[in-house]
Design a binder for this molecule. Structure first.
Ligand SMILES: *Cc1c(COP(=O)(O)O)cnc(C)c1O
Length: 470
């Protein structure tokens, strides 16, 4: 509908839209509870209300455009209103929106499963669908647990995970997650997990190699001390995103794979954030030639359009669930929208776009540009560390570069700096004082350059002013 037609005098269009926005904001504050948001702060804020999108831009109710600098929470791949994906969803709607996979097959979920098996590491042969990253992890945990029960190693019930890892917000995923700010409160509800320090070179006194070795040694120790008790090790491969873009030293993932093989323990890689080109290859595992036993996929799987996720596994794990009804080996897990047809149609179109637009081939040039700009950023005041892998980057702001002392978290320096970038038409969401830079991977060079330029300018000009004001 053209809103202009409803306005008697086009000159009042601006005021009309302003009024509309105010009404929406009022209703939002009255009815919506936002995720990961202190709503008391929200009530005192002037939120931006997104109405539409176009390419790599979000557009608010007043027509203001913002570069989608965190890919709508790390899931957008090709931009918004991408014709091929829009068309694929519309075409699917003309057939059917959703039908269940409990007891029935469905065209699109079959085609997508076949594609996923083709593009993931060659040992992964089976696809179990769900609808969010967290559910893909829940499924991985339960699948692994039951795998050992079904194969007679009933003592293998524990998981090893990295401190400060993030695998989603449901109870199982939180049990193997280690972000105490988010999840500390729920500790009594969680199952027991062994945690190992994440390799985080910036906060480690020593070389990157020594940092990786320390974590690997800890994993090795646990595997030895708890022989026959460990079901799996779960990691975010290469980059621990949600805690603030911790980039693991090269070789760490491969080291974890070797240790798990040696001790006959399964490896779950949570590629929810890193999958679909984010780290410069289709999947992060490929950088270190790692074949995991389980791979969790979400976020970018549909190009960022619809909630869909998948947990992939090997023939061996799958076969352990086969048997007669009396053997009780069935995997009793499912969700109403498991394998949703619209989501699968979007995912298939997104994967076709990877080929048509040679997305992966376009990444090295963009990654070099990020490399170049981040190197400059590293020299700026208050920039403690810059880290990135592929198209996934973080800029850690600190009060004191020499001692690496952080700003007091309640001063919300990261959030204020991102706020200062909004009038400059860049939409970012930080993780504490880590400025996350994670534009859609298909973003064009000019726009990427523009966004990086605005971020640099803001760190140089706005940040000192913000720091002075606290
Ligand atoms: C975002 C994320 C999840 C959770 O995905 P949701 O779709 O938000 O449930 C899990 N693991 C990793 C590594 C993530 O980045």
């Amino acid at each position: 509908m053209n809103l202009l037609q409803k306005v008697p005098n086009p000159l009042s269009y601006y005021n009309y839209m302003k009024g509309l926005t105010q009404k929406l904001i009022e209703a939002d504050k009255k009815y919506v509870w936002h995720p990961f948001t202190q709503m008391s702060d929200w009530f005192g804020s002037e939120p931006v209300i997104i109405e539409s999108g176009e390419g790599f831009f979000l557009i608010d109710t007043e027509g203001k455009r913002y570069i989608d600098g965190v890919s709508s929470l790390w899931c957008n791949v090709h931009g918004h209103r991408v014709k091929k994906i829009d068309d694929a969803i519309c075409a699917q709607l003309e057939k059917i929106g959703h039908s269940t996979l409990l007891g029935l097959g469905q065209t699109k979920s079959i085609q997508l499963a076949e594609r996923l098996v083709q593009i993931t590491p060659s040992n992964l042969q089976k696809v179990f669908y769900s609808d969010s990253g967290a559910t893909s992890v829940e499924i991985a945990i339960k699948m692994v647990y039951q795998f050992w029960q079904n194969t007679g190693q009933k003592g293998r019930t524990k998981f090893i995970a990295l401190e400060n890892s993030y695998h989603g917000d449901t109870i199982g995923a939180v049990s193997v997650g280690g972000i105490s700010l988010f999840h500390g409160m729920f500790k009594p509800l969680l199952f027991e997990t062994f945690f190992v320090p994440a390799p985080h070179p910036y906060r480690f006194d020593g070389t990157a190699q020594a940092c990786a070795d320390k974590s690997l040694d800890k994993i090795g120790d646990l595997l030895k001390r708890h022989t026959g008790e460990i079901a799996a090790v779960i990691v975010e491969p290469l980059v621990q995103g949600a805690v603030g873009m911790i980039v693991h030293p090269k070789g760490f993932l491969k080291g974890v794979r070797e240790l798990t093989k040696e001790h006959d323990v399964l490896l779950i890689v949570d590629e929810v954030a890193t999958g679909f080109g984010r780290t410069g290859k289709m999947f992060a595992c490929e950088h270190e030639d790692v074949q995991p036993d389980i791979m969790c996929l979400g976020k970018g799987i549909t190009g960022g359009y619809l909630p869909l996720a998948a947990t992939l596994t090997t023939q061996e794990v799958f076969d352990a669930f086969l048997g007669g009804a009396a053997e009780h080996k069935t995997f009793y897990h499912g969700h109403t929208y498991t394998g949703n047809a619209l989501g699968c149609a979007a995912a298939l179109a997104s994967l076709e776009l990877f080929e048509e637009n040679k997305i992966l081939e376009s990444l090295p040039a963009k990654i070099s540009l990020i490399d170049e700009v981040f190197e400059e950023l590293a020299g700026l005041d208050y920039v403690g560390d810059v880290r990135y892998r592929g198209m996934m980057g973080g800029i850690e702001l600190v009060r004191d570069k020499a001692t690496k002392e952080s700003f007091p978290s309640e001063k919300q320096i990261g959030a204020r700096l991102c706020g200062a970038m909004r009038p400059k038409e860049v939409m970012l969401r930080p993780l504490g004082d880590v400025i996350v830079v994670m534009g859609p991977i298909a973003i064009d060079m000019e726009l990427l350059e523009k966004m990086l330029g605005i971020i640099k300018d803001s760190i140089e000009k706005d940040l000192p002013r913000i720091v002075k004001s606290i």
